[in-house]
Design a protein around this ligand. Structure first.
Ligand code: SF4
Length: 347
């Protein structure tokens, strides 16, 4: 687990999202899928964004990258990237930023790789678009250099191969090489980058992220449903539930003392002591994330929360700043935090 979140937080952020609300257009009116989210990523920082599927984290990432589906729109808020408000930047400039200074590593590498094109062609094509001043031989040399950097063996020979000739782990390494090949990426957004991989390859890819982040001094927003992935990589974590942040903290602080019942539930569902066999007996959080279209009163987590009290169903909790940069959205966090600190004491 990586520490020293506070040192990174003093730097001005590469990404600074304020009060972001995103909605899908619907006949009955806009359906909000992300509500009032504030999140920053500092220079050289890895921030984890964690939550179940349906929590809004991927649509949040797409809003940053300017790739929202046509039926979705940002209703309000600010997305500042290196000081520029991306909502005021023309779409053509956002497209230029994407793949150059901001890049995405998707869950399934085949969504960024073209199955019909050789690996070398795909890598050099990114340079043709974003670095046209680089000549053909230098583009090929850069492609080989990047494949080597991300741990692809026989990089020169891989250029002639097609994606289907590579394993899932190698394809993800190629997707990472493609994301970083321009050499100017300040913000890398990785959306469930290891979910489709087996456990051993997952660990290797996460190590690669940490190494690349350190080498390239870039910032990373790592989106995942798995707090275990966050523990291995991130310095700070934001927990998202039903389109809202419910807890934000340094990774060490969050693991030592979660304040929100949902975070506690996510931690309880992690295997302990490296015993993967125990995974099938781990507690899970009963129920599902509520539909964003359903009318909501009170706390969004109330239907699944073992700690709910009367007020939880009547009044929605605000995201409240606690100590040392932490924040939490729960009426009862002060009384629950101590109980959550000792896993075995929680009943
Ligand atoms: S506000 Fe109430 S229902 Fe919501 S998480 Fe806290 S205790 Fe549970």
């Amino acid at each position: 687990m990586i520490s020293d979140a506070s040192a990174v937080l003093t730097a001005s952020p590469v990404l600074d999202v304020r009060d972001l609300t995103i909605a899908f257009r619907h006949r009955a009116g806009p359906v909000q899928v992300v509500r009032g989210v504030d999140l920053s990523v500092g220079h050289g920082e890895i921030v984890g964004l964690v939550g179940e599927s349906g929590s809004g984290k991927s649509i949040f990432a797409r809003a940053i990258l300017g790739t929202l589906p046509r039926q979705a729109e940002v209703l309000e808020g600010k997305i500042a990237f290196s000081g520029s408000d991306l909502r005021r930047v023309p779409p053509s400039e956002v497209r230029q930023l994407r793949g150059d200074r901001m890049a995405l590593v998707p869950q399934e590498p085949m969504t960024s790789l073209n199955p019909a094109l050789r690996i070398g062609r795909q890598l050099t094509e990114v340079l043709e678009v974003h670095r046209p001043e680089i000549g053909s031989a230098a583009r090929t040399a850069r492609a080989i250099e990047m494949l080597d950097l991300v741990g692809v063996n026989l990089p020169g020979e891989r250029l002639a191969q097609y994606p289907h000739q590579l394993s899932g782990g190698l394809r993800q390494r190629v997707a990472i090489a493609m994301a970083l090949i321009c050499g100017r990426v300040e913000l890398l957004i990785a959306d469930e980058p290891t979910t489709a991989l087996d456990v051993t390859i997952q660990a290797q890819i996460l190590d690669l992220f940490v190494r690349l982040q350190e080498q390239q001094r870039m910032s990373v927003l790592l989106i995942t449903h798995d707090l275990g992935v966050i523990a291995q990589t991130a310095q700070r974590v934001a927990v998202m539930y039903a389109g809202e942040l419910v807890e934000v903290a340094g990774v060490n602080e969050l693991f030592a003392m979660p304040h929100h019942p949902y975070t506690r539930g996510l931690l309880d569902s992690l295997p302990r002591g490296g015993n993967a066999a125990r995974k099938s007996h781990l507690p899970s959080i009963e129920g599902t994330v509520p539909s964003p279209a359903a009318p909501r009163q009170g706390c969004a987590f109330a239907d699944r929360c073992a700690f709910r009290v009367d007020i939880c169903g009547r009044r929605a909790p605000m995201l409240e700043a606690t100590t040392s940069g932490r924040s939490v959205r729960c009426h009862r966090w002060q009384e629950l935090a101590d109980r959550f600190a000792c896993r075995d004491a929680v009943t």
